[in-house]
Design a binder for this molecule. Structure first.
Ligand SMILES: O=C[C@H](O)[C@H](O)COP(=O)(O)O
Ligand SMILES: C=C(OP(=O)(O)O)C(=O)O
Ligand SMILES: [Mn+2]
Length: 463
């Protein structure tokens, strides 16, 4: 399932990664403008937390990060497709075995749909095991005349609307680290320990409520079963089907945390941010001469940058020069989130400018963040049709320009929530009252996610 056309890099020989206290440039960001950072309440607790984080083991290893860069290079050239999905904001409370396995199963199901439809390897990546920090439009939230600091993700403060919970508590960085470690442990167990075996393609569907996408998936799973049995009787070796590669990603927003988890790789002597394999810079923090772009320009991980509707081709070129000066395959991913209404007009000039410069980036669509609206009953939501329309627009633009539509970035969950409107078993506003669980942005539920996978698989098949 993960057969790729280019060989992976040589296996890494050492996992030892030392602290990066004196490595030149890693602290340059501290002298630059920085936005969306917490105002910690307790300076001493902050120092202690950062000191502890700096000596804790890495969450991911440099060799894995290099392997991912290699995989992303394939996607940039149209030889693989990136599927990146998970919560808008993970929470400590929801880091349970059931919830995590539901999300992994959903991503595996989507990947099977995409792989089978498009006959292309799918790189599986969670917005998981570290997606705890949120940029917000406002520093505060007011409810019934009471104003408190906005919720900024579990790594900073609690969602509960009380002064105690909303205070910015640096000890939460340690809890984020340990929750990420536990989540990664489960991810590794699920994806390496037999659960991801392609012969269990039916089992992944069990426990999810029956719905139209579920039935369509079942019939695809039957086809895969038949193919697997045929190969089995031909004496094929199924070792490769037992495990899948699964990578962890999050927005690298909280720079004190990211810096504290940066280690020098013993093989290469270079810094890797070991908080996740892939890190992205958000739409609100991508200013060229500001802290986030500077810090991420200095670590070896593959980096993503979200690009909203106001980005210009020149902005994109400057980001490439800063983040990928060597033009290294797989290093840089642009995740466009322009909104269904804008994408067909705003994306082409940016892609054209990048292509004309000779740079090769991986183009990924995030059809969520440009399509957020407020429902009549006051919930942040997205219409499934708008999400689909942005995905279609993304494919249309790349097909017209002869460039590669290389991936899909989604806010989704394995749970049967009601947060986005529509789908073939439609969610309406009334359902929000009982089944809206997100603490930040609305996610596609299990069925909507599968439906999306079928739609994208059709778009990829037309390639
Ligand atoms: O996930 C993204 C952002 O954190 C979110 O869209 C910002 O939302 P807000 O406008 O509610 O702060
Ligand atoms: C904050 C996010 O997105 P953006 O930076 O694109 O608004 C997000 O991915 O949750
Ligand atoms: Mn979001």
């Amino acid at each position: 399932m993960t057969q790729l056309s280019t060989p992976p890099p040589a296996p890494f020989t050492s996992t030892s990664q030392s602290g990066a206290a004196d490595y030149p440039g890693l602290d340059e960001w501290r002298s630059l403008p920085v936005s969306q950072q917490p105002s910690w309440s307790d300076a001493e607790a902050f120092e202690r937390s950062v000191a502890e984080l700096s000596i804790l083991p890495p969450l991911v290893f440099a060799g894995e990060v290099d392997l991912l860069r290699h995989r992303l290079a394939d996607a940039a050239q149209g030889r693989a497709f990136l599927l990146q999905g998970g919560d808008c904001a993970e929470t400590f409370e929801a880091a349970t075995a059931d919830r995590i396995s539901g999300r992994i199963r959903t991503i595996l199901q989507m990947a099977v749909v995409l792989t089978y439809g498009a006959a292309m390897p799918v790189i599986k990546m969670g917005r998981m095991a570290g997606q705890f920090a949120k940029p917000r439009s406002s520093d505060v939230e007011t409810r019934e005349g009471v104003t408190l600091p906005a919720y900024r993700g579990d790594i900073v403060n609690g969602y509960e609307f009380t002064p105690e919970s909303r205070a910015h508590d640096p000890r939460r960085m340690l809890q984020a680290y340990h929750t990420s470690a536990a989540t990664l442990n489960l991810i590794r167990a699920f994806t390496q320990g037999g659960f991801a075996d392609l012969r269990l393609v039916h089992a992944w569907n069990q426990g999810f409520t029956r719905n139209p996408a579920h039935a369509r998936y079942e019939s695809l799973a039957r086809e895969i079963d038949r193919a697997v049995k045929f190969m089995d009787s031909c004496g094929a070796d199924f070792e490769a089907l037992k495990r899948v590669e699964f990578f962890a990603s999050h927005e690298a927003l909280l720079l004190d945390y990211e810096r504290a988890l940066t280690r020098i790789d013993s093989r290469t002597g270079l810094p890797y941010d070991t908080s996740g394999h892939f890190l992205w810079i958000g739409e609100r923090t991508r200013e060229l001469d500001h802290a986030h772009v500077d810090f991420l320009s200095r670590v070896r991980n593959p980096i993503g940058v979200k690009l909203g509707p106001n980005v210009t081709g020149d902005d994109a070129l400057r980001l490439i020069d800063k983040l990928d000066p060597e033009r290294e395959p797989g290093r840089l991913t642009f995740i466009t989130r322009m909104g269904a209404k804008n994408i067909r007009e705003k994306l082409p000039p940016v892609v054209e400018k990048v292509t004309a410069s000779g740079a090769q980036v991986l183009w990924v669509t995030d059809p969520m963040h440009g399509n957020t609206v407020t429902s009549r009953n006051g919930y942040k939501t997205r219409r499934f049709d708008d999400v689909v329309d942005e995905v279609r627009g993304f494919f249309e633009v790349h097909h017209a320009l002869g460039t590669v539509p290389g991936g899909l970035h989604m806010e989704m969950t394995g749970d049967d929530v009601a947060e986005c409107l529509g789908g073939s078993d439609p969610i309406d506003e009334a359902a929000f009252e009982d089944r809206y669980e997100s603490v930040c942005d609305p996610r596609l539920n299990h069925m909507q996610s599968l439906e999306m996978a079928f739609l994208v698989s059709e778009a990829l098949t037309r390639d």
